[in-house]
Design a protein. Structure first.
Ligand code: NAD
Length: 482
């Protein structure tokens, strides 16, 4: 009770209602958010029924024509105004994000700052008509036509940022939306939806909270034109199946098992260890593009492994509200149990664990940074996307071998290469099967740079003009004088 009232004092204006057709809707059935740092209830929120979902889709459909017909510049202004709404309440959004997701202050700052930045930058983009010069064909152009109603479905690791990655381009391109956040982290998105009603016409942005079945209802709904989805590969397959019913467009941002390859010529081992540590453990490793397999050349393996262990010992793990905390808990019990099970399997297999290795005996979903020493390539901790702080360190001898091992996965989201010889690093990067490859850096994103997975890590692009264009159909108009 005391936590709920503390929270209510923090955000007196919100009771986390659904936003449907420009109105805030409370529901009889309530959801309960859990604080992952304490494993205790945080607060209640509205929970959408099938009929709320129906109302949200109907409202989005009803608002579509007028929104589509507004000038591009007006939509730009309104999308940019959404950034102001968050900026004016940045501290509260960060605190709410920490409470519901678990991440520490720096990580919350990165996510909420990213929301503001993305909304402003996407608002500046323009999808121009494509003119063609075809001798004898008259005037030919291809114009971008909005799709209609977009369902945006998001996971629990970056709840607001990944929603904004969909909301901003979908709105700008002239679509209306129904947004469904993860049942584990609905609060920031519900609050954003509530605030956005002051800036957008009724029905343009609808936010409903609910479980996986609500996601399925949306993806099967005949009046949804596109599904923009971020989540696991397994769910992505189901989304694609449901979307096939009426050939909905889909953008799928799915799981990854990202390799990092450290070339033998690196020199500053301690500095590199820090960068690689955060490559793997940022957001407590609940990051689709976290480094999940670290390949180290055998000539530097012992030194780099030791530097990683030493650095890990200096990074405080705790409640995200504690300013000392650099790594928070896992976000939910399901994920905590999944990662605990992976650790148990790693121990049972007799693999050498350099640090961590078992969940902490304290309230909340805390798992310490765990480094596994050179497990075989078929170990579960190598093959599976842990989505938790478990990193296998893998020794390699030559480039062909490491490229083959790095590519030996169904995933292809991102990868990184670390080395002083940039020509060699480029050559390795170009052989990796991944949508993004970073060289001597990690997790650099921009609203103007395309992001998307290869292989079973996804379908389509988010960000950049290519991502914006995925919220439209191309219409070709070929004109000739009579
Ligand atoms: P998840 O697939 O379980 O859930 C994601 C969302 O889909 C949730 O809102 C959920 O309620 C909804 N959902 C579940 N079943 C559904 C169905 N049948 N139809 C429609 N919607 C459904 O994923 P998660 O556990 O929330 O997130 C973790 C996963 O997300 C990891 O695999 C991670 O790699 C991936 N991820 C990918 C990216 C990326 O950009 N590629 C980013 C973040 C997370």
């Amino acid at each position: 009770m005391s936590q709920i009232s503390t929270f209510a004092a923090l955000l007196p204006d919100t009771h986390f209602p659904l936003s449907i057709g420009g109105e805030l809707r409370q529901t009889r059935e309530r959801g309960q958010a859990i604080n992952p740092a304490t494993d205790t209830p945080l607060c209640e929120h509205a929970l959408a029924s099938a009929s709320d979902c129906e109302d949200a889709v109907r409202a989005a459909r009803g608002a579509f024509g007028a929104w589509r017909d507004r000038p591009w510049s007006e939509r730009q202004r309104r999308v940019a105004a959404l950034a102001d709404l968050i900026e004016e309440r940045q501290e509260d959004f960060m605190r709410l994000l920490t409470l519901e997701q678990g991440k520490g202050r720096a990580a919350a700052e990165w996510e909420i700052g990213g929301c503001i930045h993305w909304l402003r930058e996407i608002a500046g983009q323009i999808l121009a008509d494509l003119p063609f010069e075809l001798p004898g064909a008259g005037t030919v152009k291809a114009r971008h036509v909005p799709l209609g109603v977009v369902a945006a479905i998001t996971p629990w690791n970056f709840p607001l940022l990944l929603a904004i990655w969909k909301i901003a381009p979908a709105l700008l391109a002239g679509n209306t939306l129904v947004v469904k956040p993860s049942p584990y982290t609905p609060l920031c998105t519900l609050w954003f939806g509530e605030l956005a009603q002051a800036v957008l016409p009724p029905g343009v942005l609808n936010v409903i909270a609910g479980g996986n079945e609500l996601g399925q209802t949306l993806t099967e709904h005949p009046d949804i034109d596109k599904v923009a989805f971020t989540g696991s590969t397994a769910t992505g397959r189901r989304v694609m199946q449901s979307a096939a019913r009426n050939l909905k467009r889909v953008t799928l941002e799915l799981g990854g098992n990202d390799p990092a390859i450290v070339l033998p010529d690196v020199e500053d081992i301690d500095g590199l260890a820090q960068q690689l540590f955060w490559a793997a453990f940022q957001n407590s490793a609940q990051f689709c593009v976290a480094t999940k397999r670290l390949y180290i050349h055998e000539s530097i393996y012992p030194r780099l492994a030791q530097a990683l262990v030493d650095y890990a010992a200096t990074v405080p793990l705790g409640d995200g509200l504690d300013p000392q905390t650099q790594l928070g808990p896992l976000q939910n019990r399901m994920q905590f149990d999944k990662v605990s099970d992976l650790l148990a399997a790693t121990r049972q297999a007799g693999l050498r664990i350099l640090c961590g290795g078992a969940p902490l005996d304290r309230p909340g979903y805390f798992i310490p940074v765990t480094l596994v020493d050179n497990p075989p390539d078929d170990a579960r901790c190598v093959v599976e996307e842990a989505f938790g702080p478990v990193l296998p360190l893998l020794s390699y001898r030559d480039i062909d071998e490491v490229v083959a091992r790095a590519n030996a996965t169904e995933y292809g989201l991102a990868a990184s290469v670390w080395g002083r010889d940039l020509q060699q690093a480029q050559a390795v990067a170009q052989r990796l099967q991944a949508g993004t490859v970073w060289i001597n850096q990690i997790h650099a994103f921009s609203p103007h740079v395309p992001f998307g997975g290869h292989k079973q890590s996804g379908l389509g692009i988010e960000n950049a003009l290519e991502g914006l264009a995925e919220y439209s159909n191309l219409q070709t108009i070929m004109q000739r004088p009579l």
